[in-house]
Write a protein that binds this ligand. Structure first.
Ligand code: ADP
Ligand code: MG
Length: 699
């Protein structure tokens, strides 16, 4: 028996060292097994014949049986093309070649019967198939051809003659080598039987060369089941191990600090959602288990206040709390907000960022160690090794997707027992993704905005219609409001970004000579950036021209218009975040998405969704469907290897839930992995863990 996982791909018939290098570099395929697990992205039904009169321009592929009536050539030199007029008795179409004209004309004869396969397009009213596959009808047994697999390939692969067809051929060579028992089953017989799964061997055969659509469906189901099952089993197992290892700090009481704040300082009623979420966290923190909670709430839903009240519970139980924000501006803003909220109370709050230095810093560090500082707010600076606490009980992380796994692990180490952890995000993560990415986090949702907010009105504007937009901005400013104008960051070129922004800035200054304009971008020194933000906050400037540095958290309630230039360059969640910068006061707010005239289908959809809804969850779901989970903001940085080959988090949410329950039951019935009937499962899990060190180790 061949060991598929160690056998170098270059030894496969049809590969060799050169192509092996290409496969390796382009697709990460090094072994026989890697190739085996390179699945087709689609299948074409080759058993089906169409009639010419049935064809329209939208069909992805067609297959016809008929005859070439005659050949004709058109054009000169490089423009030359060969056209074969082809009929099946129900109509005539054109087969077209731009290359190999002589060869084609010599090879195919008029009036012989052929099977033609290819992609139809309609060109000036006639149906064309360019460079079709042609076989003599006598040579093909269609009923045996079934579904033909198509594999994704790259430009570089194609240059080495590794197109989809060639990959298919390699796959055939591979299967020809393998005996029926070449694959070790990766799920236990009891699971395979209980959930009517296709055995692995059959599933692998049928995912590449399906006998029919029903076999393909079963093969895909089996492989998806397995992928999602192990993802969930791993997360659940990990969570259990962690719970066994650590005891959570017990915050048994809600005491004087919390109650004083609630009755004396809280300036408004909590929303129902805020109350519910605070209660959920109280339960966690007194349960004896370490809290690991993800708090999702749309921009403006009042997460900061919830975080503050949770921190006060920690203080009431004799512990310190710490809150971490991704930028200096945000940390400072949190610090100011929280200091204001706590005015008159005997709670010491300190700020620690990169720009707090010298004596000030020394004092903060010293008083943290003695416990005189109760709440520390800061940037990444708080996780530096020089920062120690006397008794850290709770860590709040704002805008979680900017913090990596390693950074979080560092925070953990700052107390003997790990502190409770609250992760807050305004980028709502769809449930299915949360279960995969953050499966070991409990999730709380603030699904209600404070009363009195008016939904932001969003419009789409083409960029050749600026005059009316400027008129609208002017009117808003005359009414006392302020305006943001945001430009995208194009990562390939910082110079371009700045130029884009500078041009926009000059343009705005010219168009609004009577007003003051601020400018903020990522290349400015933090102090300058901050000063400019502060000017805007004090309403000394009326228009803020900025890159996406203002994306997260910044709060200027008087700003009521958000203009997003080149909106086509932004992803959905980013657009939503930016829009969340307005609509924070009592006034009606507006978001104007400016784009060029030509839009791709995807962009059109994104804009449409933004115009239609303000609901962050709806937007996140749509984003997931449009982009796929690998692209979602945060997933790359989160340290989770996303290695789903067949399952699709966006589409297989139900199956995910289903297998999670199965994994949970298995873990409950065999918590120590001792039962012989599960031996395969535990062995497989160990294998997968070896490969993916970071898998699911999130917080
Ligand atoms: P986010 O969830 O985006 O972090 P914030 O915590 O910044 O939201 O809250 C947005 C604004 O709403 C703040 O000015 C805050 O003081 C205010 N706010 C929070 N909770 C309430 C409430 N229950 N009623 C009225 N205003 C509230
Ligand atoms: Mg916030």
């Amino acid at each position: 028996m061949i060991d598929l996982s160690t056998r170098d791909i270059k030894f496969l018939q049809g590969v060799g060292p050169q192509r092996a290098a290409v496969l390796n570099k382009e697709l990460g395929i090094c072994s026989f097994k890697n190739l085996l697990y390179y699945f087709p992205y689609k299948y074409v039904d080759r058993s089906r014949l169409y009639l010419i009169r049935e064809i329209d321009g939208n069909m992805p592929y067609i297959q016809l049986r008929g005859r070439i009536l005659s050949f004709e050539t058109f054009g000169e030199g490089r423009q030359r093309r060969l056209v074969g007029h082809f009929t099946d008795g129900t109509g005539v179409i054109d087969l077209v070649w731009f290359q190999g004209l002589k060869y084609i004309e010599g090879k195919y004869k008029a009036n012989e019967e052929y099977i033609v396969f290819g992609k139809p397009t309609v060109f000036s009213g006639r149906i064309n198939v360019a460079h079709p596959d042609i076989d003599p009808a006598a040579d093909l047994k269609l009923s045996e051809m079934g579904l033909e697999p198509y594999y994704n390939t790259t430009e570089k692969m194609k240059r080495h003659s590794l197109n989809s067809h060639a990959v298919q051929k390699l796959m055939k060579n591979l299967f020809a080598l393998l005996k029926e028992d070449a694959f070790d089953e990766t799920l236990s017989p009891s699971l395979v039987a209980a959930y009517h799964l296709m055995p692995l061997t059959d599933a692998l055969h049928n995912i590449h060369f399906p006998r029919n659509p029903e076999f393909l469906r079963k093969a895909r189901y089996r492989l998806k089941f397995e992928e999602l099952f192990y993802v969930q089993l791993n997360i659940l197992r990990y969570t259990k191990e962690r719970r066994n290892k650590f005891r959570g700090l017990v915050f048994g009481r809600v005491g004087e600090i919390f109650n004083t704040f609630y009755s004396k300082n809280l300036p408004f009623e909590l929303t129902g959602a805020q109350k519910r979420v605070i209660k959920e966290m109280r339960q966690d923190m007194r349960s004896g288990r370490q809290m690991n909670r993800l708090l999702q709430g749309d921009v403006g839903s009042g997460k900061t206040l919830v975080a503050l009240m949770t921190m006060l519970i920690a203080l009431d139980n004799g512990y310190q709390a710490c809150m971490m924000a991704p930028t200096e501006i945000l940390a400072t803003q949190h610090y100011e907000t929280i200091t204001r909220f706590l005015a008159g109370m005997d709670v010491r709050v300190e700020l620690l960022t990169g720009s707090i230095k010298g004596k000030r810093r020394e004092t903060v560090l010293r008083d943290l160690l003695t416990g005189d500082v109760h709440i520390l707010i800061g940037t990444h600076a708080v996780i530096e090794d020089t920062v120690g606490f006397s008794s850290l009980g709770l860590v709040v992380i704002d805008e979680q997707h900017r913090f990596g796994v390693a950074q979080r692990a560092k925070l953990w180490a700052k107390n003997v027992s790990p502190p409770h952890v609250l992760v807050m995000t305004a980028t709502p993560i769809p449930r299915t993704l949360a279960m995969t990415l953050y499966g070991d986090l409990d999730v709380s949702v603030i699904d209600e905005l404070p009363p009195g907010r008016k939904p932001i009105q969003t419009v789409h504007q083409f960029d050749n219609r600026r005059a009316s937009m400027y008129a609208f901005m002017r009117k808003q400013i005359q009414e006392g409001r302020q305006v943001y104008v945001v430009y995208p960051l194009i990562q390939e070129s910082e110079k371009m970004d700045i130029k884009n922004l500078e041009d926009g800035y000059l343009h705005i200054c010219e168009a609004f000579p009577e007003y003051k304009v601020s400018k903020v971008h990522g290349k400015m020194k933090p102090v300058e950036k901050d000063e400019e933000m502060q000017r805007f906050l004090r309403n000394e400037t009326q228009i803020m021209v900025a890159t996406t540095v203002i994306e997260v958290g910044v709060n200027v309630p008087n700003a009521s218009v958000m203009v997003i230039e080149n909106a086509e360059r932004f992803g959905l969640s980013q657009l939503h975040q930016l829009r969340g910068r307005v609509g924070r006061g009592a006034d009606q707010s507006y978001c104007i998405l400016v784009t060029g005239y030509k839009l791709t289908e995807d962009t059109r959809k994104r804009i449409e969704i933004m115009v239609q809804t303000n609901d962050g969850f709806e937007i996140a779901e749509a984003d997931l469907k449009l982009r796929g989970p690998g692209d979602l903001e945060g997933t790359q940085q989160s340290g989770v290897a996303f290695d789903l080959k067949v399952a699709d988090i966006a589409k297989d949410g139900q199956l995910l839930q289903y297998v999670r329950d199965i994994a949970e039951r298995l873990l409950d019935s065999d918590p120590n992995g001792e039962r012989p009937e599960n031996a395969i499962v535990w062995r497989q899990l160990r294998e997968l863990r070896k490969k993916n060190v970071n898998w699911s180790v999130i917080s």
